[in-house]
Design a protein around this ligand. Structure first.
Ligand SMILES: *Cc1c(COP(=O)(O)O)cnc(C)c1O
Length: 400
C-alpha cells in the first residue's frame, strides 16, 4: 500500500522538532549539529530571534491579500535587493524553480519584445540543477530527472561543464541566453572559475544574448558576498534566480533582472498568487537586513577560511577517503575516493549527530548556517575525523 505521503524522498530515520542556531533536536531530545542547513536554506540558523519576531509580528497583522493589491513589504525588499546587487527590478516567487521559470520566460520574452522571436533557445551545462518543473528538468537535461516524464519542453542545448569549444559551437542565431550556476550545487559543488564567469559575460555581449545565473544555492551570502558572481567582478548576469537562503527557511524565491532584460515583462505577462506574500516579505526583509549589516559577510569569509583549512587537514589525514576539497565560502564539497560512497560518509556523520548532504560526483556537501562559529566548525571536523576513521577501518562498510 502506498504511503499517505507520496514516497518520492529517501529520508533519514529521524524527525526534528526544535532548532536553535546551528543545532537541531529530534523527538527524543537528541542534539544534532546541522551542517546542511536544510540544503543551504537556513542561512541564519534555526529560530533566529529577528526572523521569529518578524514572522510573528506579521502573522498577527495580515497573511495574504494577493497581488491584486499593493504589498509594501515587496517594495521594501525589492529596493534592498536592487540597492545591493546588479539588478534594477525583482519578481517574487515561493520557490527556486519558480524563480527559474520567471528567468527562462523573461529571457525568451526579451528577444521577442526586441523583434527577434526566433531567439528562444537557452544553452545550459551538464551536471546543472535548476528545479523539478518540466522546464527546469529539461534545462538540466539529466536522465535521472527527465526519465519517464514524456517529451520535454524544447529549447535547451546542453554543453559539457568547462568545455569552451562546445559552448561556442552551441550558440546559434536561435540562442536567447546562457544559463549557469556560478557554483554547481547538486552537481557536486563545482565552482566556475572567475575568469570563465567574465568570459561568459563577454561571450553574451558579443552575441547579443542574455546571461542568466542560477544563484539559488550559491547566492545570499553563501560564498561570503551577497551573490557568488560578485567575486568575479564584471561577471554580472542580466537575470538571476535566487531562493533557498533568501527566506531563511520561509518559502521564498526571487528573479532579479536589469531594466533592459526585463523590458518584455509587461503587465499581465507573468504572475503568482502567493509570490511576495506579506509573511514571506516580512521574513525576507529581516534576512537581508541581517546579511547587509556591517560585519556579516566578513564573518562568513572568516568562518569559510577556517572551515577550508580544517577540511584540508582532514583530507591530508585521510587520503584514502577524501579525494578533493572544493567550493566557495561556506559551500564546500568533499569529493570522495572512488572506493568510498558519499552516502556512507553522510551516514557515518549522521550516526555521530552531524548533518551533511550528499551531492553528485560522489561529493558530501558541507553547508553550515552562515552564523556558524569557530567552535561549531571545530566540532564538525572532529566528528568528520571520527567518521572518516570508521570508513577507513571498514566499520561503515555495511552502510554502503
Ligand atoms: C534548490 C535549487 C533549485 C530549485 O529550488 P526549489 O526551491 O527546490 O524549487 C534550483 N537551482 C538550484 C541551483 C538549486 O540549488
Amino acid at each position: 500500500m502506498i504511503a499517505p505521503v507520496l514516497p518520492t524522498y529517501a529520508r533519514a530515520p529521524v524527525a526534528f522538532e526544535k532548532g536553535e542556531g546551528p543545532w537541531l533536536f529530534d523527538e527524543a531530545g537528541e542534539q544534532y549539529l546541522d551542517f546542511g542547513a536544510g540544503i543551504a536554506v537556513c542561512a541564519l540558523g534555526h529560530a533566529h530571534p529577528k526572523l521569529v519576531a518578524a514572522l510573528e509580528g506579521q502573522a498577527r497583522r495580515l497573511w495574504h491579500t494577493s497581488n491584486l493589491y499593493g504589498i509594501p513589504g515587496q517594495q521594501e525588499l525589492a529596493e534592498r535587493l536592487v540597492e545591493a546587487s546588479f539588478a534594477d527590478t525583482v519578481f517574487f516567487t515561493n520557490s527556486g524553480l519558480e524563480a527559474m521559470e520567471c528567468a527562462i520566460k523573461m529571457a525568451r520574452k526579451y528577444h521577442s519584445h526586441n523583434g527577434a522571436p526566433e531567439r528562444w533557445r537557452i544553452v545550459t551545462f551538464e551536471g546543472a540543477f535548476h528545479g523539478r518543473s518540466l522546464a527546469t528538468i529539461a534545462a538540466a537535461g539529466q536522465e535521472k530527472l527527465t526519465a519517464g516524464f514524456g517529451p520535454m519542453p524544447e529549447g535547451f542545448d546542453h554543453v559539457p561543464f568547462g568545455d569552451h569549444d562546445a559552448l561556442k559551437a552551441a550558440i546559434t542565431g536561435e540562442t536567447a541566453a546562457i544559463l549557469i550556476e556560478p557554483v554547481q550545487g547538486e552537481g557536486g559543488i563545482r565552482p566556475v572559475p572567475y575568469q570563465c564567469l567574465r568570459g561568459l559575460r563577454e561571450l553574451c555581449d558579443e552575441h547579443g544574448i542574455l546571461l542568466i545565473h542560477d544563484e539559488i544555492q550559491c547566492g545570499m551570502g553563501r560564498t561570503g558576498r551577497l551573490f557568488a558572481h560578485e567575486w568575479a567582478e564584471s561577471g554580472a548576469p542580466d537575470i538571476l534566480a535566487s531562493a533557498k537562503g533568501i527566506g531563511g527557511g520561509f518559502p521564498l524565491g526571487a528573479c532579479l533582472a536589469t531594466e533592459r532584460a526585463a523590458a518584455g515583462m509587461t503587465g499581465g505577462s507573468h504572475g503568482s498568487t502567493y509570490g511576495g506574500n506579506p509573511l514571506a516579505m516580512a521574513v525576507g526583509n529581516a534576512v537581508i537586513e541581517e546579511m547587509t549589516a556591517p560585519g556579516f559577510m566578513e564573518h562568513v569569509v572568516e568562518m569559510a577560511g577556517l572551515l577550508r583549512q580544517r577540511l584540508a587537514g582532514l583530507a591530508d589525514e585521510f587520503p584514502d577517503v577524501i579525494a578533493e576539497v572544493r567550493g566557495e565560502g561556506l559551500m564546500v564539497g568533499l569529493r570522495l575516493q572512488d572506493g568510498v560512497v558519499n552516502s556512507a560518509l553522510v551516514q557515518a556523520a549522521f550516526e555521530r549527530r552531524l548533518l551533511t548532504v550528499p551531492a553528485g560526483d560522489n561529493v558530501v556537501r558541507i553547508l553550515p548556517p552562515l552564523i556558524v562559529e569557530a567552535e561549531h566548525i571545530g566540532q564538525a571536523v572532529d566528528t568528520l575525523t571520527d567518521a572518516c576513521k570508521a570508513l577507513r577501518d571498514g566499520a561503515a562498510v555495511a552502510a554502503k
